[in-house]
Design a protein around this ligand. Structure first.
Ligand SMILES: C[S@@+](CC[C@H](N)C(=O)[O-])C[C@H]1O[C@@H](n2cnc3c(N)ncnc32)[C@H](O)[C@@H]1O
Length: 362
């Protein structure tokens, strides 16, 4: 057994908290600085880009700042309550961030061309587009090659952290408390738990689940081979059994009925058209054991916070998100009930929303 000393055994709690706050603040400053500069450049090149964009009021900006602070407090508290070790709060793909940051800038002219030409289904000729649903073949966020290249997979985590001013991981981690609570309620021990992450992307959520449930059997599916390759690389860096990753559509999960103790899905639903959202929910219901729980994390929706509605209107204009407008008013609770889920709890953290839905016992 490896008895390596734990990070926080030697560091007083207050110091760890201060380090965490500084770390978050650093990521925020970096995100804001990057966006300010790249937005200025983009507005110079694409003069009509601001059309349809509403400016954020000082009050909204202040509320955003407060929301971020509150999220960080919750993050810290969950680590103190033993949901995950405090070193999880500092987990960041630094190597990739430094290595690929210049690529983010180098990719910008390609994005300008795409936006200028309103060309949002543009893929390199050597990318195989066979077998994917048509709704998926998009340059989501205007990104080069959509989800279908190694370049896109290498830039993704960095781009999402910039987008959320360093809070993307903190929002993903909010699935861990309900996940652990629900498993505890069904007396599922960590090593018996089978957890599937649908649309696992580069594996950030699986990595977090591994840190909170070191013995659980983890599974991930995604449609993108490139993102699965990246997930495999990042997940093999951490201790514990390697999650089983499969290329699959969340609408047709390649697993038997009643197999998983829990299913999670982070930042997928706003990128699906309405019927696909329903299909994914129904598949999650099918593969869950009775009393198993589905946890969906995605963007907040209209009605969750009137203060942020302007941001929700701007988002699909600033980033290519063809299904976001419908998502923002879609009633996922009704969809979950239609699939058969009974107990549905809802949480909001910063600009994200969480549906925690349980399949009834037999
Ligand atoms: C916004 S990313 C979210 C990735 C990851 N869950 C995260 O937290 O960053 C959306 C992901 O969903 C995947 N995806 C989109 N539609 C899918 C579908 N129908 N089935 C499986 N994966 C899908 C994409 O390939 C991409 O990796």
């Amino acid at each position: 057994m490896n008895s390596a000393p734990k990070f926080d055994q030697f560091i007083p709690e207050d110091l760890t908290k201060l380090a965490y706050q500084t770390f978050q603040e650093g990521k925020k400053i970096f995100g804001v600085a990057h966006k300010t500069l790249s937005d200025r450049l983009t507005n110079l090149i694409l003069a009509d880009r601001q059309e349809g964009i509403q400016p954020l009021s000082q009050e909204t900006l202040l509320k955003l700042q407060n929301g971020m602070k509150k999220l960080a407090e919750t993050e810290w508290q969950d680590s103190q309550d033993g949901i995950y070790p405090s070193e999880t709060l500092f987990d960041n793909p630094w190597g990739d961030f430094f290595r690929y940051y210049p690529e983010v800038w180098l990719d910008l002219p390609k994005i300008w061309n795409r936006v200028g030409a309103k060309q949002y289904q543009e893929f390199d000729t050597d990318i195989d587009r066979q077998g994917y649903p048509s709704y998926y073949l998009q340059n989501f966020h205007y990104q080069t090659d959509g989800y279908l290249s190694d370049l896109s997979a290498n830039l993704y985590d960095l781009q999402v952290e910039i987008l959320f001013n360093g809070s993307a991981d903190a929002m993903r981690r909010r699935i861990l408390k309900p996940l652990k609570d629900k498993l505890a309620k069904t007396d599922t021990s960590s090593q018996d738990a089978r957890i599937l992450d649908v649309a696992c992307g580069t594996g950030r959520t699986l990595r977090m689940i591994r840190s909170a449930l070191s013995k659980a059997k983890l599974f991930g599916v995604d449609l993108s081979p490139a993102y699965l390759r990246k997930a495999n690389q990042l997940l093999s860096e951490i201790p514990g059994e390697l999650p089983q990753l499969l290329q699959a559509n969340g609408e047709h999960l390649p697993y038997q009925d009643n197999y998983f103790s829990a299913v999670t899905s982070v930042f997928l639903f706003h990128e699906l058209p309405p019927q696909a959202r329903q299909n994914v929910i129904e598949e999650c219901f099918r593969v869950l054991q009775p009393e198993g729980t589905l946890i969906i994390c995605d963007s907040m929706q209209k009605g969750d916070s009137p203060d942020f509605e302007v941001m929700m209107d701007n988002f699909p204009v600033l980033f290519h998100e063809p299904y976001y407008r419908h998502y923002a008013t879609d009633n996922l609770e009704t969809r979950l009930e239609k699939a058969g889920f009974t107990t549905i709890e809802i949480e909001n953290h910063f600009v994200s929303k969480y549906w925690i839905a349980t399949k009834p016992a037999i």
